[in-house]
Design a protein around this ligand. Structure first.
Ligand SMILES: *Cc1c(COP(=O)(O)O)cnc(C)c1O
Length: 370
């Protein structure tokens, strides 16, 4: 039996990529906003229906920079969730801001919008909600809260590329949205990321910040770092974007097969498809509660058959040892997230996962009941 990993990066045909990078052997222009960078930016603005896309070498620096660009006073509070990848919380803390952890809701595992307002203080400046697994946050309620309290909203949309709510791309909600184009994401540029913005007020700042704060050959306006996307990354993105809709359709059939096999099984909870949301089927999370085997036992059983599932998201970021001194840390403050982190497993999910392999994975999961 062959090994199955939790994900498998989408790649164009070898020849297609070679054709795309051939130009680079002619131009010898490898990075610093070259023609591939410009083309990918333009294509993404079209694909996402978003007026401003600023490309980055990875999603984390995109998030860190867009938070920095908003120039919040040091020590301000940012409401976010701990049910996420390390990057979200680190991006807040590395900007000298304090993450205040809001719980997630038990339906789609995104921030519980009903609980946001009770966490707002006079020090709150922003909300950094996270779209998870291809589910979207309650963007309408969050926009309403932000407006009433004068807060910025920056979405961590790393899981939500190509996801739409009422026909509008996830790129277009909040003051900014960050995407990750990491190899493991639905759309990848090997490593990569972007900030998407509805208006142009921060575009120049972000372009400066990702290039040492250099604006023009004789001006340095900002103490910026280096977070530019290079031409090879952009070329990979241009190729992968051509096939993305087909890849997502294939992910959808994988998801449907999982649902056919696992829906309604006692002790298993699957995410219900969200109303008005077109998902990208980024992950397939299953919550084990009263199943006859716990999450860790299922994880081990799959591992014994060389199938890698992932305890995602576990541990919660508010229990990381690097945050023991953070007064807002502690999983007891976010009981729903704590419940999920102990019980959730994301099963292998990628476009080329064969349906027979989905069956094999489901057989192993179901056999764990004893
Ligand atoms: C992948 C991911 C990131 C970070 O993106 P990179 O491109 O790997 O830097 C941030 N947040 C979430 C939720 C992610 O899944």
């Amino acid at each position: 039996m062959s090994q199955i990993l939790v994900t498998r990066s989408s790649m164009p045909d070898y020849e297609e990529f070679c054709e795309e990078i051939k130009k680079l052997w002619e131009s010898h222009w490898l990075t610093n906003m070259g023609t591939e960078h410009k083309e990918l930016q333009r294509e993404l603005e079209g694909y996402l229906g978003c007026p401003h896309v600023v490309l980055y070498t990875n999603g984390h620096l995109a998030l860190e920079n867009v938070i920095a660009a908003m120039q919040f006073p040091k020590g301000s509070e940012v409401i976010t969730t701990p049910f996420t990848f390390a990057s979200t919380t680190h991006a807040i803390v590395r900007n000298d801001l304090i993450p205040v952890f809001c719980d997630v809701n038990p339906e789609d595992y995104t921030i519980d919008a009903e609980k946001i307002e009770s966490l707002i203080t006079e020090k709150t400046v922003a909300i950094v909600p996270v779209h998870v697994y291809g589910n979207m946050c309650d963007v309408e309620k969050i926009a309403d809260i932000a407006k009433r309290h004068g807060l910025k909203v920056i979405y961590d949309a790393a899981h939500a590329f190509a996801v739409k709510y009422k026909g509008v791309s996830s790129a277009n909600f909040g003051d900014a949205a960050m995407f990750s184009f990491h190899a493991t994401k639905v759309f990848n540029t090997i490593e990569g990321g972007a900030v998407c913005l509805a208006n142009d007020t921060l575009v120049d700042t972000l372009n400066d910040m990702k290039n040492f704060g250099i604006r023009g050959p004789e001006r340095c306006v900002f103490v910026g770092g280096n977070a530019k996307m290079n031409e090879f990354q952009a070329a990979m993105g241009i190729c992968n974007l051509r096939h993305l809709d087909r890849e997502i359709a294939k992910r959808k059939s994988v998801m449907e097969r999982y649902r056919e096999r696992l829906e309604g099984v006692a002790g298993l909870r699957l995410c219900r498809p969200q109303k008005d949301v077109e998902s990208n089927y980024a992950y397939f999370p299953v919550v084990f509660d009263g199943f006859g085997a716990d999450r860790n036992q299922v994880f081990e059983a799959l591992g014994q058959q060389e199938i890698t599932a992932r305890k995602y998201f576990y541990p919660l970021t508010n229990s990381f040892e690097c945050y023991t001194d953070l007064p807002t840390a502690g999983v007891e403050k976010t009981p729903v997230a704590a419940y999920l982190a102990d019980r959730v497993l994301t099963l292998p999910m990628y476009a080329d996962l064969a349906l027979e392999d989905v069956d094999r994975i489901c057989d192993i999961v179901l056999s764990c009941r004893g």
